[in-house]
Design a binder for this molecule. Structure first.
Ligand code: ASP
Length: 437
């Protein structure tokens, strides 16, 4: 069975839901993972922020506006009075529930319940639509099988056992529908896989049922070889290896959530990135095979802080790097890039919440310099040590851009450079011109 995930824009209106239905109904059995309609999760975050501040008027205003939008979509989605009534009942049920939080204490637990309503509504609406069309469709609640453990990591055994048992009990349907993003935590409470987490849901499900393929449907035709917002004439990359895709997703390619790649890679399940606006387009196929001798794509990750620690004590010493890394670990701050020399080490972080404390602690070991507003530019492809000439092309392209750090060798498919935010667009454009034109 294939697992198909449709993002918020793909199910963003009654019209778009109808297009998704046309796309998936070909007689082949499928499992669909749906996001909330576009904009919904942001509105639910806004409602929660009002409720934290005990501003129920503010919350009610957003709730009513959102409910109105849903009522309009329901009227457009269904043809029969029977299903219009069912759709409106579904909307009332969820919105009455959301409204019930305006009179009570509001904590992070209630917030997670509120945030889960978007996916519950979109999947409920879509399932009703398929039933109205006479499709043999089955709604399977993610809250009954999707679960994270105490470290907020997916509990893959629980997911596999519970999902297979639900599917065993509900055999013979053409379409199974479930919610992306939402899950339960180790205590059984409603939780989620973080913003944009529906891709992760699809990949975890694909891994749990050993799907033939995981398809991520969005509104662009696959992962592009550079950022189309800044560079003209970018092209979709037809094939990527799992490792290349993971690097690109982590380093800025917005089309795929970075967590999505690992479960697919571990179980060797191909992931296809497809476009609902152009369903026949090839898109991007992510698989275990590695295209030889080519640079696949360039991505950029913004809001990076670089920290340089210089110390005479590092000279010929051992244990220095461990002490430095332990400081980052103690503030739960991941490091992205690292470069070292005999007298210093530079690292980058993208979460600068504990920056001041980290810098204070690092000062015990040497002088510390901090550069904010940096960007990691990541060039991804078949860059094994035996391939010649790529480094030359990359640095030729960047000859007019000041470079703060360079990293190669951590993997054989990635060269990363750190530049000032103001030089990002120039760097992306010159790299595209040199590497792809
Ligand atoms: N609805 C969630 C969000 O907007 C999850 C998703 O769409 O992937 O973040």
């Amino acid at each position: 069975m294939k697992v198909l995930k449709f993002g918020g824009t793909s199910v963003g209106s009654a019209q778009r839901m109808k297009e998704v239905a046309n796309l998936v109904l070909d007689g082949e059995q499928k499992l669909l993972v749906l996001s909330a309609m576009s904009g919904t999760t942001n509105s639910l975050v806004e409602i929660s922020n009002y409720l934290y501040k005990k501003n129920s008027d503010g919350a009610n205003e957003v709730i009513n506006k959102l409910e109105e939008k849903y009522r309009r979509e329901v009227n457009e989605l269904y043809t029969t009075d029977e299903y219009k009534a069912k759709g409106l009942d579904l909307i009332s049920e969820h919105f009455n529930y959301i409204k019930s939080f305006t009179n009570n204490v509001f904590t992070v637990f209630e917030e997670k319940v509120v945030l889960s309503q978007g996916e519950l509504i979109s999947t409920g609406m879509f399932n009703l639509y398929l039933l109205e069309k006479g499709v043999n469709s089955c709604l399977i609640p993610a809250l009954e099988f999707m679960r994270i453990d105490k470290n907020n990591e997916p509990d893959t055994t629980y997911i596999r056992e519970n999902l297979t048992s639900i599917l065993d009990k509900n055999q013979g349907y053409e379409i199974y529908i479930t919610q992306g993003f939402i899950c339960r935590n180790a205590f059984g409470e409603v939780d989620n896989l973080q913003r944009g987490g529906s891709d992760y849901t699809a990949s975890l499900i694909g891994a749990a049922i050993l799907a033939d393929e995981i398809q991520i449907w969005t509104d662009i035709d696959g992962m592009h070889n550079n950022d189309p917002r800044f560079v003209e004439n970018t092209k979709p990359v037809s094939d990527l290896s799992f490792d290349e895709a993971a690097e690109l997703a982590y380093f800025g390619a917005k089309i795929l959530h970075p967590t999505c790649v690992l479960p697919a890679k571990v179980n060797n399940i191909p992931v296809r990135l497809l476009n609902t606006m152009d369903p026949k387009a090839h898109g991007t196929l992510i698989s275990a095979s590695q295209c030889q001798k080519r640079i696949a794509a360039i991505a950029a990750k913004d809001s990076i802080t670089a920290i340089k620690i210089k110390s005479g004590r590092m000279l010929l010493a051992y244990g220095f790097l461990r002490k430095v890394f332990e400081i980052f670990e103690s503030y739960k701050t991941p490091i992205d890039m690292i470069t070292t020399s005999e007298v210093g080490v530079s690292v980058t972080i993208d979460n600068s919440r504990h920056l001041d404390d980290i810098v204070d602690d690092l000062k015990k070991y040497g002088t510390v310099e901090v550069d904010k507003d940096q960007v990691i530019i990541c060039i991804v492809g078949d860059l094994i040590a035996s391939s010649k000439g790529y480094a030359n092309k990359i640095f030729e392209a960047l000859k007019d851009v000041p470079i703060r750090m360079i990293s190669y060798g951590g993997s054989s498919h990635n060269i990363s450079v750190l530049v000032n935010a103001k030089d990002k667009i120039e760097a992306l454009k010159s790299l595209s011109a040199k590497l792809f034109d």
